[in-house]
Design a protein. Structure first.
Length: 283
């Protein structure tokens, strides 16, 4: 069976579109994102959380491309009115939190909850996924919390796990002020994990990772729990953190760390002198 990303590439090729986080159309950027309950709902999620998370996921892809969000439309499939209303409340709360118009949507019956969000906004310019040789990759050094939560969500007595659970329940998108858009050659958000971002960006270049963009408290917690720290940093997902490839002569904004660089190469991600084995999170 083909994996999701292989299918996405096949579909994009069929319609003549490049692989990117958003689609551009006459000064606008459009994003649609969604998931099914059976693949995405963790034991700690409520149905309101699912509505919130779907809106946050779509807006994250717009924001990482410096798109000003204008509105979202939400399609809800549910087996009963109570679950549909809970998803609606969560999506409405997220729209208010992110100051974006909830412009309606669609409602259907089905055997499980499925949420899809379409978001539209004003685009400053096109930004793709391909860095240039010499670019520096920067991100807020907050990876690992979500990975700990996926691995040990019952251990809410561990503060780092509790932070990760909240990140997975209701992503806040509280990013530090981003770099100057004119400095950015490529960008992605980490919805499918840091490793996925790095491999997606490694097209025509090699990406050399120089440090883990994670707090020391996360690495310490992983060690205490007997969890592979590199796996929770590289291979988790749903952190919804931005990764920007910026030109080397541009300043690094406060709140970001330079953790990798793009060099001439043939599409590899290198960590500690070897090709990175992690490929990113999937359902």
């Amino acid at each position: 069976m083909l994996r999701e990303k292989e299918l996405v590439q096949r579909f994009l090729s069929a319609i003549g579109e490049e692989e990117n986080d958003v689609s551009y159309l006459e000064g606008l950027a459009i994003k649609i994102d969604g998931f099914a309950e059976s693949r995405a709902k963790m034991p700690f999620h409520t149905y309101e959380d699912l509505g919130w998370r779907a809106v946050a996921a779509a807006l994250s892809d717009l924001r990482v491309k410096f798109v000003e969000p204008l509105a979202v439309a939400v399609s809800i499939t549910a087996p009963d009115p109570e679950k549909a209303e809970a998803v609606f409340r969560g999506a409405l709360a997220a729209s208010a939190h992110f100051s974006v118009k909830y412009a309606g949507g669609d409602l259907n019956g089905g055997v499980e909850v499925v949420v899809d969000v379409a978001a539209v906004g004003r685009a400053q310019r096109r930004i793709g996924r391909r860095p240039k040789p010499g670019d520096i990759l920067i991100t807020p050094p907050l990876f690992g919390y979500a990975g700990l939560a996926f691995k040990a969500y019952t251990r809410l007595d561990v503060p780092q796990v509790a932070v990760g659970v909240e990140m997975l329940r209701r992503p806040s998108l509280r990013w530090p002020d981003p770099p100057d858009p004119a400095c950015v050659d490529a960008s992605m958000d980490s919805s499918d994990g840091l490793a996925d971002v790095l491999w997606a960006m490694a097209k025509g270049v090699d990406i050399v990772v120089e440090q883990l963009p994670a707090p020391s408290e996360v690495l310490d917690a992983a060690a205490a729990l007997g969890i592979d720290a590199e796996e929770v940093v590289f291979n988790a997902g749903e952190e919804f953190l931005p990764v920007f490839a910026v030109r080397p002569d541009c300043p690094i904004p406060t709140g970001y760390v330079a953790f990798a660089r793009a060099v001439e190469g043939r599409g590899r991600v290198l960590w500690r002198g070897r090709e990175l084995g992690f490929r990113g999170w999937s359902y």
